[in-house]
Design a protein around this ligand. Structure first.
Ligand code: NAP
Length: 528
């Protein structure tokens, strides 16, 4: 070793403490600055599960069951409430029941031989949902009181992150939006609604502690919920005034209790229950010809409904008030045996004058009468977001789904949206049935999503994104077909946006819908 190199080392050794001090000072300052910036910049990473499901109603739980059956066990269900059941947890108003027979309004992969009636009540449907949770051991996957406030995709990692309103974060390689289209109830925009000093109850948020005995009650709304509630209220309240804006088409409801031998048969011979399901399925499929399109069968369905009205309502004037002026199927077809009789009881009255405002004491109609009541029941439906999303959904390149959907929601086959990879929707745009069981449609959606999820996991994909042009071609055809349906024939319903755009219904048979969903075309997708 040379002298000069030794000298260099010595001099370096002398300067080192001073340099280390200034480096340490710099590092500390940098750490402090980083600490100040860190919370805003990046929250700690969350380990993604395979599938993140939003919503523990029929759809979310159905997805969970199919995932389990397919051997995919690492999924999480985020539920904003503190119990499962979605719409059937929320809609527990008196008389709540399904207007589709239970043997069809249930999952084919989880048949229930014990339905007590052909059209079961909401409590029995909720019991079925709880039974699914127990049978398929789903509870451990559910995180209750997790109200998703943001769902964002990170293209680099191929991961969706859900952030709740309490800033908790959950991540998944695929995400399922199963929050339900009818989950936010809607009070109508009637002047003075906040002035009413009595009790206000919405059909989807029933107050079971409120005693209607001896009370004067107003019911606003005569849709699917209203016509189920009214007969029950008429049985207990002192007087019920029903405020009808538009009369709906009402068909008779073939509701019977299930004999014990029948339950036993379904239990011992599951094929017999499947045969019953098939019969119900095809009966409902044939209804599409009357309800979806204007055909000679539409006239027959209208005649059956008018006969039902004539048989149940003898008063001509009341019959006239209850006769719809739109094509059957344009709004949801109602089924009831006890609605018309209830309206004719001594303690009930149908009011068809438009509502002018709600006052402190009741409902004032345009001809100047104030109908004073103790309670107003709002059977006025839901805040259906067919042009938005319930929370911001952020996809590739900063796009926000709600903004893309401002002109009306659209998706590919109702389930995927271009620019939002690995995201699957249940009851997405144009998946609504008007004539058959929603669960039949839902099952096809679950199978389709399962195929996509298997591909993402099996091929370790970061991105499975439907091609924009494929989605556009699909929607062009859907809207063309919708133009020929009864839904777009001029009435006002929650199926349409304010501008008359139909982002809700599927213009075809359930069989057609199921066929398109059974066909997962890899070429329709861009992968990475
Ligand atoms: P809906 O069908 O939207 O009916 C809302 C009712 O409130 C309509 O009669 C409507 O009159 C009336 N209304 C709304 N705003 C009003 C206002 N400002 N003034 C006066 N009347 C007003 O709601 P829903 O009955 O709750 O049913 C919604 C959906 O839930 C159904 O279509 C169905 O899909 C589902 N559902 C299913 C079942 C079942 O058995 N499976 C049972 C209940 C509900 P207009 O008709 O004039 O708009």
């Amino acid at each position: 070793m040379s002298e000069s190199s030794n000298a260099k080392k010595a001099s370096a050794g002398k300067k080192a403490p001073a340099r280390r001090k200034s480096a340490a000072k710099k590092a500390a300052t940098a750490r402090k600055a980083a600490a100040r910036k860190a919370p805003a910049k990046r929250a700690p990473a969350v380990t993604p599960v395979s599938v993140l499901i939003v919503g523990a109603g029929f759809a979310g739980l159905g997805m969970a069951i199919r995932l389990k059956q397919a051997g995919i066990d690492d999924f999480v269900i985020l539920e904003r409430g503190n119990a499962v059941g979605g719409t059937w947890r929320d809609n527990q108003y008196p008389g709540a029941a399904c207007d589709i027979p239970s043997n069809l309004y249930s999952y084919s992969f989880a048949p229930n031989p014990n339905w007590s009636r052909s059209f079961s009540g909401s409590q029995e449907i909720l019991d079925y949902i709880h039974h699914l949770v127990a049978e398929f051991d789903l509870e451990k996957h559910i995180r209750f009181e997790k109200n998703v406030a943001d769902l964002s995709f990170d293209e680099k990692t191929g991961v969706w992150t859900a952030t709740t309103d309490k800033k908790e974060r959950f991540a998944g390689r695929a995400a399922i939006m199963a929050q339900g289209p009818l989950s936010n109830c809607s009070f109508p925009n009637i002047t003075g609604i906040d002035d009413f000093a009595g009790k206000k109850i919405h059909s989807a948020r029933w107050d079971h502690d409120y005693d209607f005995t001896g009370k004067n009650v107003a019911v606003i709304g005569t849709g699917a919920s209203g016509i189920q509630i009214i007969p029950e209220l008429v049985n207990v309240a002192k007087h019920v005034k029903v405020f009808q804006r538009t009369p709906g088409w009402v068909l008779p409801r073939p509701d019977f209790s299930t004999p014990e031998w029948n339950k036993l048969l379904f239990k011992k011979l599951p094929a017999s229950q499947q045969a019953m399901r098939n019969l119900l399925y095809w009966t409902h499929e044939s209804m599409a010809l009357a309800v979806i399109w204007n055909s000679p069968l539409t006239r027959i369905a209208e005649r059956v409904a008018k006969l039902h009205l004539r048989r149940q309502v003898k008063d001509r004037w009341l019959r006239r008030q209850l006769t719809p002026d739109f094509t059957i199927g344009c709004k949801r077809v109602l089924v009831s045996n006890d609605y018309y009789p209830a309206l004719q009881k001594d303690n009930a009255k149908l009011i068809t004058w438009p509502i002018a405002r709600i006052s402190e004491k009741g409902v004032r109609t345009v001809e100047g009468i104030e109908h004073q009541v103790d309670c107003i029941v709002f059977a006025t439906g839901f805040d259906v977001s067919n042009s938005g999303t319930p929370f911001p959904v952020k996809g590739r390149g900063g796009r926000v789904l709600g903004e893309q959907w401002k002109g009306g929601a659209q998706a590919y086959k109702s389930i995927n949206v271009a620019g939002f990879p690995n995201l699957f929707m249940t009851f997405g745009p144009n998946s609504g049935p008007g004539h058959n069981s929603a669960l039949v449609y839902m099952e096809s959606q679950l199978e389709y999503a399962l195929k996509g999820i298997r591909k993402i996991i099996g091929e370790n994909l970061k991105v499975l994104d439907v091609k924009e042009e494929v989605q556009q071609r699909y929607n062009k055809s859907i809207q063309k077909r919708l133009a020929k349906t009864n839904w777009n024939s001029g009435c006002k319903s929650w199926y349409l946006t304010e501008d008359g755009f139909n982002a809700t219904m599927y213009p075809g048979f359930a069989t057609q819908y199921a066929a398109q969903m059974a066909d997962f075309r890899e070429d329709d997708y861009e992968t990475a």
